[in-house]
Design a protein around this ligand. Structure first.
Ligand SMILES: Cc1cc2nc3c(=O)[nH]c(=O)nc-3n(C[C@H](O)[C@H](O)[C@H](O)COP(=O)(O)OP(=O)(O)OC[C@H]3O[C@@H](n4cnc5c(N)ncnc54)[C@H](O)[C@@H]3O)c2cc1C
Ligand code: SF4
Ligand code: SF4
Length: 1007
């Protein structure tokens, strides 16, 4: 497609629609991938404001002969959403509920609506849409229909095709058709139905012979709607619904305008039986018997967790207690080879208990008495489902170029063959020098498995060659066991060529005729399903053998990512040995496998900027893709310092939400620091950069001029000048300078010698912010610790040179890594003697103290930094630890009871390091205190981010997502927030004064 066509297309879209027109290299690059291994550059990206825009775009593309690739969340695993045409992203704006009919349990939605958002809206009516895909927080209904998606509970509810009642869609000629019951169809829709019926009737014997007879088959088009081959009828009364032709057609036949969906009653009760198996084979063999317990419709899931995942969970301190609750000591002494999570759902637990008993009896009959762990309470069940998800995440976080690759991960076989099939496929992996971890939907014979392959390696031992070889052997097994090769995730680029293999030449030709009938001009996702390219065409891959990284010397230490792995043992080589020309930075960026988990709005922090803008550019995935493209030279010679990277990272607040929530641990906050350093090296630092970065250095002098400097907050003209010269928003107040600081009027504390001689020693690290601007926090912390019986030495007292100690955080934020290293190095050296003696180092400001446990370890400060990190704790972590050890009873006795409700807002870095629950534990030391946590993402202030004029609006929008509404809903509550910028944001946004937990404790200290 020539540049001239692209330019005309962009111009017409801009002139004739209200949508966003994105034709820059970075935008195209961000939409060139999905959760598959492929990458194809689109001609451009269009983000429609409304359905009308989609229709206009379709007409323009038809005029210009440009193909269209429709897209929702882009979480497809087979390359369904990548293509050389115009990508239309429905997920940002085209996402309304059009009609909700509670009485008839139906809903009509636009295609960009996300499943979880729909279910949140339905909850109040006791309803849900039950195709519960694992990606429910990001998958759109349009994408789910496109792929004929299937959820964990498909055994009870069926796949997407079983739950779509109708669709309005545009065919390539621009006609908007109603696809619904065939017998009611008229006009063009009727013609299409008649055409299909003719095809299906002519191919009846072929369909019977070739169509897999399993629930999970998503390959090709659903030509069997006229002669159902699925285990479950597509419609309740056996009639034909033409919308089912579009389900699973992957955007190749029509553009969906709306979908009418069948809803289900929300299950009121669930019980779980966890069956432990001595061998994996026995687990697979038992599935066929277990599903027979579901004759009454109460069996809702049978999900597998294998030995590898159990072990990974046991190694994780957060999950070990939960997974232990699922293990039966009577099977392999509590070390089963696999477990099956067998869930029953219904109206009441009482109705379900007999089902659990039947399960126990069944396992006894199968020779496994004592193998079932019964879980009837909701909380342990929920925890266990979380562990299953997390196990997969850990698997996906393997470092090195070998990655678990999804290409045969959803073959479906009849249950009676599951054991033999999985066994045989395991042998196949072994022969090809790889291995797979098995998980997921045992109930329907669709087990997920991804062999580890290195797609960058060329030749017969390379990823592409092995992928083909394994696929061929796997397909032979699928044929032997009469299964479906494509059983859940669709065809896309990866399985398109296997459609002919699955259905034979006559049906394949019929599918091509359907395509020609609906889309004769090949306008909609051409070369998908019909006439697809080979799956191992490396020109279509994100990491092909020709992929190259531009050499770069990063400022931070990324060597932990610069490794290779062994596909069988999954062991990684020593840090720094991976051969990354960017010393590990590129490999860290490439950890993003595009699964889209960051496109979420539920609990957790990730990703606040995306939550506000809903823009792929401002999403962790979009950022990682931008960095990957830049580091591999695909955005031009400027690499990391290009404008595209600046734009993508501009709204990243460095909250570390992704560090915690991203399944593969993409740490964009750290990447942003690296970018800032590289960028400022090239473009220089602004005055504002310097003012922010060097704050710890001039704070001591500035506090002497406090009354003068604070005029800025009182004289609007000065604030406006500040905005003009420095870009600091005039709408913000700045932290007020104080003449008296913690450092120039320090309260009494222990000397170093007294500390070393003490029985209960603690070192208090007072940071710049709590020392200079809110010294009452530091004083309160000292008082609380002393009241609790600790001998406290303040490490941040004036040093010989007169300045206090500093973690270097502000320098990092200003892109000054060298200065940050000097500051952090000084702090580490000062703290090391205490850390070496095992003395806790306690800090107050999350972003400062946690710098010691995070960035300081990437600054090349050696062993000392590790030693200090090992002892560095936030005040609440320290107190919670001590309370658990029974050492705070005296303090507890001295605390006066709470008189007001308490709300807690966690700082993002506290969340990233699991330091929020310790705050709650510490608050509960106060008698009668029942603190509640606000489910919030980032407050939006994020250091200096929210003070910057260019970020003010976004910053306030982030606060309005959940934090400020929660505060307004509880006007009497006392607000606790440990982050200095969080407190400031709460002040600006809700006109409330939040306090540090140290303050609240001190206020409750009697006497
Ligand atoms: C970690 C992970 C777990 C997953 N788990 C599951 C699972 O449990 N079950 C499951 O079935 N899948 C699963 N998937 C695959 C994927 O998430 C689902 O297929 C999901 O439904 C896709 O939704 P989406 O919005 O991302 O669609 P996209 O990937 O954006 O699109 C899917 C298809 O729909 C088409 N499409 C989108 N919008 C339209 C429209 N308006 N008109 C016409 N066609 C359109 C696209 O062209 C594409 O062919 C998983 C994927 C990942 C990465
Ligand atoms: S950044 Fe993480 S969560 Fe987001 S798509 Fe990439 S791997 Fe998934
Ligand atoms: S650090 Fe925060 S804002 Fe930045 S990408 Fe990660 S989650 Fe998003």
């Amino acid at each position: 497609m020539g540049n001239e066509v692209a330019a005309r297309l962009a111009a017409r879209l801009a002139a004739e629609t209200r949508g966003e027109v994105r034709f820059g290299a970075a935008d195209r690059g961000r939409y060139a991938t999905d959760a598959s291994i492929y990458q194809v550059m689109p001609i451009g990206v269009f983000v429609p404001q409304s359905a009308e825009d989609v229709a206009l775009a379709l007409a323009i593309c038809r005029d210009l002969g440009v193909p269209i690739v429709p897209r929702g969340g882009g979480t497809s695993q087979c390359g369904q959403t990548v293509g050389a045409g115009l990508v239309i992203d429905h997920s940002k704006h085209v996402r309304r509920i059009l009609d909700l009919d509670v009485a008839n349990r139906q809903v009509e939605v636009e295609p960009g609506m996300v499943l979880d958002h729909l279910n949140a809206a339905l909850k109040a009516h006791g309803l849900w849409f039950p195709v519960d895909v694992s990606t429910s927080a990001q998958a759109t209904l349009g994408g789910m229909a496109g792929n004929n998606s299937c959820g964990s509970r498909s055994i009870a509810y069926g796949n997407m095709v079983h739950n779509v009642l109708g669709a309005q869609a545009w065919t390539a000629d621009g006609a908007l058709l109603d696809f619904g019951p065939y017998h009611q169809a008229s006009g063009r829709a009727r013609e299409i139905g008649d055409f299909l019926r003719g095809l299906a009737e002519g191919l009846r014997p072929e369909i019977e012979a070739h169509w897999p007879k399993v629930l999970r088959r998503v390959a090709g088009y659903n030509l069997d709607i006229f002669h159902n081959q699925n285990q479950r009828p597509y419609t309740a009364d056996g009639s034909v619904n033409l919308a089912h032709l579009l389900v699973g057609s992957e955007g190749t036949l029509a553009l969906t305008r709306s979908l009418r969906l069948r809803l289900a009653e929300l299950p009121r009760a669930k019980v779980l039986g966890v069956v432990n198996f001595p061998t994996f084979y026995q687990a697979m063999d038992a599935a066929q018997h277990i599903v027979k317990l579901g004759g009454d419709g109460t069996l809702s899931a049978v999900e597998l967790v294998d030995r590898t995942m159990i072990e990974l969970s046991l190694q994780n301190p957060a999950f070990a207690p939960t997974i232990r609750t699922a293990l039966s000591p009577r099977i392999n002494q509590g070390a089963p080879d696999a477990i099956l999570l067998v869930e029953f759902s219904g109206a009441s637990k009482a109705q379900l208990f007999p089902k659990l008993r039947q399960l126990v009896e069944l396992m006894g009959e199968l020779g496994l008495p004592g193998s079932v762990v019964e879980m009837s309470e909701d909380a342990p069940q929920k925890n266990l489902w979380e562990v299953r998800k997390a196990g997969l995440n850990i698997m996906m976080s393997l470092k090195g170029d070998g990655k678990p690759v999804s290409f045969i991960e959803d073959c479906a076989v009849p249950l009676e063959h599951l054991a033999e099939y999985t066994d045989a496929l395991t042998q196949v992996f072994r022969r090809h020098g790889s291995k797979g971890t098995w998980y997921a939907h045992a109930s329907v014979g669709t087990l997920h498995v991804r062999p580890i392959l290195d797609m960058r390696q060329a030749g017969p031992q390379g990823g592409a060659a092995k992928m083909r070889a394994i696929a061929e052997e796997a397909s032979a097994l699928v044929r032997k066991y009469q299964g479906a090769y494509s059983g859940e995730h669709g065809d896309g680029l990866c399985r398109g060529e296997w459609i002919a293999w699955q259905f034979g030449p006559r049906i394949t030709e019929a599918l091509a005729r359907i395509k020609r009938q609906l889309d004769p001009g090949q306008l909609l996702s051409p070369q998908r399903i019909v006439d697809p390219p080979p799956m191992d065409d490396t020109r279509l891959m994100r990491f092909s053998p020709s992929y190259r990284v531009i050499p770069l010397q990063p400022a931070l230490d990324w060597s932990a990512w610069n490794v290779q792995n062994d596909p069988v043992t999954e062991r990684t080589s020593a840090p720094g040995t991976g051969g990354d020309p960017a010393q590990g930075l590129a490999k860290a960026v490439e950890m993003c496998n595009n699964n889209g988990h960051c496109r979420k709005f539920d609990a957790g922090t990730m990703c606040p900027s995306y939550r506000v803008t809903r823009d792929e550019q401002h999403l962790t995935r979009g950022r990682a893709n931008t960095l990957r493209l830049a580091l591999s030279g695909q955005l031009g010679p400027e690499g990391l310092t290009s404008e595209a990277v600046r734009e993508a990272l501009d709204l990243c607040v460095g909250c570390k939400g992704c560090k915690r929530d991203c399944p593969t641990g993409v740490d964009m906050a750290r990447m942003k620091l690296e970018y800032l350093h590289q960028d400022r090296q090239k473009h220089g630092h602004s005055l504002r950069d310097r003012l922010v970065a060097q704050l710890p250095d001039y704070a001591r002098w500035a506090s002497r001029l406090a009354p003068l400097l604070n005029l800025r907050n009182r004289v609007p003209a000065l604030a406006r000048l500040g905005e003009r010269w420095l870009g600091i928003s005039a709408r913000r107040s700045l932290p007020a300078w104080q003449r008296r600081t913690f450092f120039n009027a320090a309260p009494a504390s222990a000397t170093r010698e007294q500390l070393l001689a003490a029985e209960r020693p603690v070192v208090l690290f007072v940071d710049t912010f709590n020392g200079h601007f809110e010294d009452e926090n530091a004083r309160a912390a000292l008082r609380v610790l002393q009241a609790a019986g600790y001998t406290v030495h303040v490490a941040a007292k004036d040093q010989a040179g007169g300045s206090h100690l500093c973690c270097g955080r502000t320098y990092l934020a200003g892109g000054m890594v060298d200065q940050a290293r000097a500051k952090a190095g000084e702090l580490v050296e000062a703290l090391r003697p205490f850390a070496e003696r095992g003395i806790a180092i306690v800090g107050l400001e999350p972003s400062c103290l946690l710098t010691l446990r995070d960035e300081a370890l990437a600054l090349g400060l050696g062993e000392a930094a590790q030693t200090v990190a090992g002892q560095a704790l936030l005040l609440e972590e320290f107190l919670a630890r001590e309370a658990a050890a029974g050492r705070l009873e005296d303090l507890r006795a001295r605390l006066a009871p709470a008189t007001r409700p308490i709300l807690l807002h966690g700082h993002c870095h506290q969340k990233a390091f699991g330091a929020v629950s310790p705050v709650l534990e510490v608050l509960r030391l106060i008698p009668d205190a029942r603190p509640e946590l606000i489910e919030s993402s980032c407050c939006g202030m994020a250091g200096s981010f929210g003070y910057e004029a260019s970020h003010y609006e976004v910053s306030m929008q982030m606060a309005e997502l959940s934090l400020l509404p929660a505060l307004r809903a509880a006007p009497d509550a006392l607000v606790v927030a440990d982050g200095t910028s969080c407190r400031h944001q709460i002040h600006d946004g809700a006109q409330r004064e939040a306090v540090h937990v140290a303050q609240l404790l001190a206020q409750h200290l009697a006497g």
